[in-house]
Every structure is written in C-alpha cells, then in structure tokens.
Design a binder for this molecule. Structure first.
Ligand SMILES: Cc1cc2nc3c(=O)[nH]c(=O)nc-3n(C[C@H](O)[C@H](O)[C@H](O)COP(=O)(O)O)c2cc1C
Length: 186
C-alpha cells in the first residue's frame, strides 16, 4: 500500500479570466506535497475538441489524456458552477473516453462566485460521472465567493482550507486504494 497513487487533476473551464484556475493550481500543489500520490495536471483549454466526432475511438486522438486515465487510480475534477451546471467543455473532455474510467475514484471541487461553493454543480456532476463508471468520494471541496479567496498571485487567503484539503485528499486516497485493490484482485 506504499505505492504512490497516480491522480490526474482536470480543470474544467476554458473561460478567459477563470478564477477556478487558482483553485486547481492550489489543489494540485497540495497534492504534490503528499507522499502518497503522484498528480498530473490537465486543463480543458488544452484539448483541441472535435466539432462532430464523439463516441468510440475518439480517445485515440487524445493519447496523453487517454493514457493518463488508463493509468489513473483516481481523478480530481475542479469545476466552476455555470447556471447551476458544469461547463460544456468539461463534459466534452470527459466524453472522450468511457471504459478507461471504470472502477476509479473521483473527488470533486466546486467553485462559484455565489455563496454555495459549487454545491449545485457538484450535485449535477454526480450522476454524470457515475455513468462513466467513476466512484465519487463524499468529501467535496467547495470554494464559494472565490473572488475573495486568493490574492493576485494566486495565494490562498483562508487557512481553513489546509485542514479541508487534507480530509478531501485522505478520502480520495482511501477510495482509490480500495478500488485499486478491487481492480487487481477481483
Ligand atoms: C455562464 C456563467 C454562468 C454562471 N453561473 C453561476 C451560477 O449559477 N452560480 C454561481 O454562483 N456563479 C455562477 N457564475 C459565476 C462563476 O461561478 C464565477 O465566474 C466563478 O469565478 C467561477 O467560475 P470561473 O472559474 O469561470 O471564474 C457563472 C459564470 C458564468 C460565466
């Protein structure tokens, strides 16, 4: 159980001036500090998404993402709340693959300008990632009023998140290890 877990982080918006960028980078940095996981960073902005080609085999056109998900023990998705839902670009990236996600853990980070911290976008993500075969952790991380949470250099201003991110990642590790054991032994 000492082997590092391989965990891609996906930033789910390509919006210019996105505040979720600070959140994703901060969570990624906290993951890098731990000795139980090896995170790798993905950004939906870097995907040259197809205009008309979805479904089987399209994942071969995105080998870096496909190979990372195949190797992954778990995923972290950082998503802003757009009209109580998730960005279309996030859905488009997740739809590039299917069986590669099965029986892997996913932990969700919600970001919003409003006071609810993306709780509604997380609730809307749960049934969608379930259909991908992912198993969702119950310890979400929420960033309400995100515009007040970071300084201009992306430094987090609220120390309470140090404890929260530990619980969020500890639970992801537990779920990812349990599912890894299952994939390898059942
Ligand atoms: C199209 C759109 C819809 C939005 N809908 C919501 C919403 O439903 N609830 C909310 O709290 N904030 C909403 N926001 C504000 C975002 O939560 C805010 O921009 C926040 O900084 C996170 O998104 P960002 O990473 O794009 O900056 C919306 C923003 C956009 C661009």
């Amino acid at each position: 159980m000492s082997e590092k877990l391989y965990v891609p982080v996906l930033l789910g918006t390509n919006r210019k001036d996105r505040q979720s960028d600070h959140v994703a980078k901060w969570v990624f940095a906290k993951m890098q500090e731990r000795d139980d996981m090896e995170p790798v960073y993905f950004d939906v902005r870097d995907f040259d998404l197809p205009r008309d080609h979805y479904g089987t085999e399209i994942g071969h056109h995105f080998p870096e993402w496909r190979d990372a998900v195949i190797r992954a023990d778990g995923l972290v998705i950082v998503t802003p709340e757009y009209n109580h839902g998730y960005p279309g670009a996030l859905k488009s990236v997740l739809d590039l693959l299917l069986k590669e996600y099965i029986h892997k853990a996913v932990a969700l980070v919600g970001v919003s300008a409003g006071p609810w911290g993306g709780t509604r976008v997380i609730e809307s993500l749960v049934p969608m990632v379930r259909e991908l075969g992912l198993a969702v952790t119950f310890t979400d991380l929420n960033f309400p009023k995100v515009g007040t949470k970071f300084d201009e250099d992306g430094n987090l201003l609220d120390d309470a998140y140090q404890k929260r991110v530990k619980g969020f990642l500890d639970e992801l590790v537990w779920m990812a290890r349990a599912l890894k054991w299952g994939r390898e032994n059942l």
